[in-house]
Design a binder for this molecule. Sequence first.
Ligand SMILES: NC(=O)c1ccc[n+]([C@@H]2O[C@H](COP(=O)([O-])OP(=O)(O)OC[C@H]3O[C@@H](n4cnc5c(N)ncnc54)[C@H](OP(=O)(O)O)[C@@H]3O)[C@@H](O)[C@H]2O)c1
Length: 291
Amino acid sequence: MTSTTAARAESIDPARLLITGAHGQLGRALLNLVPGARALARADLDITDAAAVRAIVNPGDVLINCAAYTAVDRAETDAEAAFAVNATGPRVLAQVCADSGARLLHVSTDYVFPGTAAHPYETDDPTDPATVYGRSKLAGEQAVLELAPQATVVRTAWVYTGTGSDFVATMLRLERERDTLTVVNDQLGSPTYTRDLASGLLELAGLPDAPRILHATNAGQATWFDLARAVFAAIGADPQRVRPCGTEDFPRPAPRPAYSVLSGAAWQAAGLTPLRSWKLALQDALAAISD
Ligand SMILES: NC(=O)c1ccc[n+]([C@@H]2O[C@H](COP(=O)([O-])OP(=O)(O)OC[C@H]3O[C@@H](n4cnc5c(N)ncnc54)[C@H](OP(=O)(O)O)[C@@H]3O)[C@@H](O)[C@H]2O)c1
């Protein structure tokens, strides 16, 4: 843990911090930084169950909602389930937090935007999701903003830990399994290390009167191809083994945004520490895995 991260984590009273969806990748990163937080995995708390949520939220709590339906492609044919977790769930959390005098930090996504911009999306740019997942997350944002005056929606993008089946972990595996691979080079975003995002959320948890919507990603931009090459280079593999291709070479049920860069201007204007560059963050993520 860096000294900045440690300082941010120390400013939170763990007994006041509730993490829903605590077994997901962001939930686990938060719990690593604040081991004493009240961590609620799906088996402990279904965020769509209003009575159960009401039973665990106390006045003065800060609830960071990491629970979500994140299977972007599956959502195209499973809209009911996606909307239950991503729209009804946040609605329940927002209502209970508002009624209980708790504060809600709700995590959302770049997929609420159309993904066709040529400049980083600001927090007040028009939304227009192109996927079921994006529409379900937008409905969740709207419920939170409508029902919980003290809540903040934090949009992020391209989140990875480097373990499990996320993009960075997949590149590490394919580096071992294949001589060459092709990776999409016409989608731009900001790769974001879960630990940095978690640290930023904890800093936000200590900030009173935060704006209603913020963006939090590591700084800078890259294509998936850039990120794959950076992973190869960082572990001493030849980056030339990664070849560029286009989105059309990997058709998916849910269309992927061509442009997902989120502006950190509102985050910085609120006095929050900007997340460092994605390249630096990636070095730390890979070092943490090799440890
Ligand atoms: N990953 C990304 O690249 C990315 C990008 C932009 C935004 N985000 C947002 O960041 C947040 C965290 O994402 P993540 O990557 O940590 O997702 P994740 O790893 O898929 O974790 C989500 C967690 O939510 C749990 N969950 C699902 N339904 C639930 C319910 N009804 N009640 C309680 N928990 C439930 C899941 O449990 P099960 O596994 O048991 O279903 C899972 O542990 C989400 O809001 C996501 O939309 C992620």
